[in-house]
Design a protein around this ligand. Structure first.
Ligand code: SF4
Length: 458
């Protein structure tokens, strides 16, 4: 069986070079998590909303085929063209075909993690199409030629100075400028020209409504509306799990989404699309790309409930201190670590191990996905399938032997404490990555078991 080709810990080394920067990243995301806490506590019905959302999604997962076909039928009745894509390649070909048929070589795009998952920008660029990301954070990372590091806050790994330098180089702003208002205004002017001159706009889809054929795109900048309303062709790309049964369910999800994502009571623009305006073409591409396989995995199908709020990332101690790029996947953090192995176990076998399994992700998830349980289960699947490195596999087997035999455990503990006391270099050395950024702990004089036995007798 093949060995994993990526390693989250190694990938996070670059991010961890500057400890003060890591502290800043950690605190910034924790600030967002705290905003989410305050905002959710203002709603007495918060837990009820979470339960309702989870139950609606349960219904969706068990009626996916019916709901998608109903959505397709209604959307077509509304004058929308509906396309089905089995995988990323098919999705990208459909977009390219639509643009080629209309002789369009330039397109604006609002934030869509699905197109990141499909590597659409790279594909279109190789085929002569220029795609301009219009979400400010996405445009920033696009100018830096790097992927988003967070699904809601794509440039959260950058400081004002980084953005000032970037805009000075690409947009001609004053050297050394870091004033957010000045920089945002420069980006606004830069993007306005793109909106006005592009004939095609691509948006994501946050929620697609089965009983109306309509869909909703949530943005804080209004860039989805701006692009879609000015363009002759609006293409909307959606992963099939974005379907919800009825219009009235939107109220549940929109309230949960904004509060969980940024602590806002509501997203600034929840744009409702239903049919093309006169003279416009509207296309929806419904994408599978591994979702059917995930739906069929009993232990992991609940991950398809995700509404991409990012709360599990903001709260995750590993994400906050390793940065989104170390996850080498379009969706980073705890939920990304569940979705990624489904797409490619060889490439992403490291990700379920990038967690402390503390359960904070599951606690904040607005749709009550059992995230940390799924991470734990993926570890077992990957270890049994031979996808983890041999050294880790040997370590897991050794720990299993030690932990399952009380006497052996007792003896190993004594031996370990003695080695740490007498020959600390045996564990604290270059071959043991655990100690790279850690202090050697003082070995305890006695184990808890010894302490307990001694004190119980007294
Ligand atoms: S798994 Fe839950 S918390 Fe994480 S992004 Fe999805 S909905 Fe939000």
């Amino acid at each position: 069986m093949s060995k994993t080709t990526m390693d989250h810990a190694e990938a996070s080394v670059a991010f961890n070079k500057d400890e003060s920067y890591v502290d800043w990243h950690d605190e910034t995301l924790w600030f967002v998590r705290q905003k989410r806490d305050r905002s959710s506590k203002l709603l007495p019905e918060w837990e009820q909303l979470r339960n309702t959302a989870s139950q609606i999604k349960d219904y969706v997962l068990s009626h996916m085929d019916e709901l998608l076909l109903s959505f397709e039928q209604k959307a077509k009745e509304n004058g929308v063209h509906v396309h089905w894509a089995y995988n990323a390649a098919e999705h990208n070909e459909i977009v390219l075909g639509l643009l080629n048929r209309n002789r369009i070589t330039k397109m604006v795009k609002s934030k869509s993690m699905l197109t990141e998952e499909c590597h659409m920008n790279e594909f279109l660029s190789q085929n002569g199409i220029e795609v301009i990301d219009t979400d400010l954070g996405e445009r920033i990372v696009q100018l830096r030629q790097e992927p988003p590091s967070h699904i809601v806050l794509p440039a959260i790994h950058l400081k004002k100075k980084d953005i000032g330098d970037l805009f000075h180089e690409h947009l001609g702003t004053d050297a050394g400028a870091t004033d957010p208002q000045y920089l945002a205004e420069a980006a606004r002017q830069h993007l306005r020209d793109k909106f006005l001159t592009r004939r095609a706009a691509l948006t994501g889809v946050n929620f697609a409504i089965a009983d109306t054929g309509g869909f909703v795109v949530a943005t804080n900048e209004g860039n989805a509306d701006m692009g879609a309303h000015l363009a002759d062709i609006h293409i909307a790309s959606m992963g099939f799990e974005k379907i919800i049964p009825r219009q009235e369910h939107l109220g549940v999800f929109l309230r949960l989404l904004a509060r969980s994502a940024t602590g806002q009571p509501v997203t600034t623009y929840n744009s409702h699309f239903k049919k093309p305006r006169d003279g416009q073409e509207m296309h929806i591409i419904i994408v599978d790309n591994g979702r059917t396989a995930q739906l069929g995995r009993e232990d992991f199908r609940n991950s398809l409930k995700c509404i991409r709020c990012g709360a599990c990332m903001n709260t995750c101690p590993v994400y906050r201190r390793s940065g989104g790029h170390s996850y080498h996947n379009a969706v980073a953090g705890p939920i990304g670590s569940i979705l990624a192995p489904n797409l490619d176990m060889t490439k992403n076998a490291d990700l379920p191990f990038a967690s402390t399994l503390c359960g904070s992700c599951s606690n904040v998830c607005p749709v009550k996905i059992d995230i940390h349980d799924q991470l734990y289960k993926w570890r077992q699947v990957l270890a049994k399938g031979g996808y983890v490195p041999k050294a880790k596999e040997a370590g897991i087997k050794a720990m299993s032997a030690v932990l399952s035999q009380p006497r052996f455990y007792q003896w190993s503990g004594k031996l370990g404490r003695s080695v740490m006391r007498i020959m600390p270099f045996m564990v604290n050395n270059q071959l043991n990555p655990w100690y790279k950024n850690r202090e050697m702990p003082e070995p305890p004089k006695e184990s808890f078991r010894d302490w307990y036995v001694n004190n119980r007798r007294k």
